[in-house]
Write a protein that binds this ligand. Structure first.
Ligand SMILES: *Cc1c(COP(=O)(O)O)cnc(C)c1O
Length: 427
């Protein structure tokens, strides 16, 4: 499908049934696969033949959906994981080990921040956080001899900063390491980081890709552009024989386009077992079939809501990269010319009590920690997820007490604005 436009890939990528085969992707609800001889199965274990033997490693339904995602992002190979957390962990741990160092944007999802700064630190992997607006010199200064990966989010959740992908990729490559970009919020419909130099793309498919709030999942896509063998000293796991897998050297046997995903499957999925269930992969594919249509509406609603909020006297400030007043407007025009996503954040005047009152008044927008599905939802961190923090601590963390994160769904924008208006007017 690689010559088709993104909209066509959303609908038909990854699976082309042969004569008389099912039109929709079959859910292969089977943990195991039958073979006629031990030798035939042995060849699969040796990675000599491709095929299926156990769903913890690979499953045909998952592979069809992964192939669609590779096609949509413009990559050479992809894999599904049980969650976005697993995808980011696998993407990093596939090339980092005890003694490695990561350079990461400080403006990333809280779960990923914790994964890198707390859990991976326990594994002996260090991190230096950099500002998403850092200059080339500042980014350069963060690198060390043992740096093995650079990481950022196209549109950060929840800060809504927009990454200068081209600059981050340039600096990563100057230091001989790949750039990994979490592209969850814009999805490949609105931005394809590989086209700007990213090497590996990750997703929480739980968000817009699923889009209906039904299945937690993740994905990793490899661009096939990073030359591991040219940096063999940094990536022995890809460039020297794997004793735990019959002495295979991934970068030699599977080439630049296949090494990363094959290693992540053969080693990490084998050992950590974070596979997406075939049933979830099927739900994910249902979401992907309409992703391009839905993203357009999420953006339209996000833009309309952001513009309404910016003009309302009870609102102190609005963050949305589609607003000309937003500090990320320029960079968004470059990377997100069709808009970014439907998530808007804003600060109501009057702090915690005003935010609490506002949230109570909402009728259409539900209170949820989730974002990015068909139904509009809102969160005020100060009175829910971050309620143990004082106003001062919140301010320091860049989360003012009056901050509300709103994920605009697919409802009519006039209804969403009317809901916001009646709740704000009470303030
Ligand atoms: C939600 C999210 C994650 C984590 O994904 P899960 O599917 O919840 O594990 C990672 N990155 C971003 C940008 C997210 O929004």
């Amino acid at each position: 499908m690689s010559d088709y436009k993104i909209n066509t890939k959303c609908v038909q990528g990854g699976y082309t049934p042969a004569n008389g085969e099912p039109r929709q992707i079959p859910i292969v609800q089977s943990t195991t696969f039958r073979y006629e001889t031990s030798e035939a199965m042995g060849r699969l274990f040796d990675l000599e033949d491709s095929g299926y033997f156990y769903t913890r490693l690979q499953n045909p339904t998952n592979d069809m959906v992964a192939a669609k995602l590779a096609d949509m992002e413009g990559g050479t190979a992809a894999m599904l994981t049980s969650s976005g957390q697993a995808a980011n962990f696998f993407a990093l741990f596939n090339i980092c080990e005890c003694g490695s160092h990561i350079v990461a944007s400080s403006s990333i999802y809280g779960g990923t921040f914790n994964l890198i700064s707390v859990t991976m630190a326990k594994m002996g992997i260090d991190v230096t956080f950099v500002s998403p607006t850092a200059t080339e010199e500042e980014l350069d200064a963060a690198f060390r001899d043992n740096t093995r990966a650079m990481f950022g989010e196209t549109i950060a959740n929840p800060a809504l900063t927009v990454l200068d992908i081209e600059l981050f990729a340039k600096v990563a490559h100057k230091h001989g390491v790949p750039l990994i970009v979490d592209n969850t919020f814009p999805t490949p419909v609105n931005c394809r980081p590989i086209e700007w130099g990213a090497d590996i793309v990750t997703h929480s498919t739980t968000k817009y890709m699923d889009g209906h709030g039904v299945a937690v999942g993740g994905a990793i896509i490899d661009s096939g552009n990073f030359d591991w063998m040219a940096h063999a000293d940094k990536y022995p796991g890809l460039c020297t024989p794997d004793d735990s897998y019959h002495g295979i050297t991934y970068a030699e046997k599977f080439g630049q386009g296949g090494a990363f995903i094959t290693k992540a499957t053969a080693q990490l999925m084998r050992d950590f077992g974070s596979i997406q269930s075939p049933q979830h992969a099927f739900y994910l594919n249902m979401g992907l079939e309409s992703l391009h249509v839905r993203m357009q509406r999420h953006v339209e609603n996000g833009q309309a809501v952001a513009e309404f909020l910016e003009a309302h006297p009870a609102v102190e400030s609005v963050s949305y990269s589609g607003l000309p007043s937003d500090p990320y407007y320029e960079v968004a025009q470059k990377y997100l010319p069709n808009g970014g996503c439907g998530v808007v954040s804003f600060v109501v005047k009057g702090g915690r009590p005003a935010a609490e009152k506002f949230m109570k008044e909402l009728k259409l927008a539900a209170i949820e920690t989730h974002v990015a599905d068909a139904r509009t939802c809102c969160l005020n961190p100060a009175t829910s997820t971050h309620r143990q923090m004082t106003d001062e601590q919140l301010e320091e963390a860049g989360i003012p007490a009056g901050l509300v994160r709103m994920s605009c769904g697919l409802e009519d924008k006039e209804d969403l604005i009317a809901d916001l208006k009646q709740a704000l007017d009470v303030l």
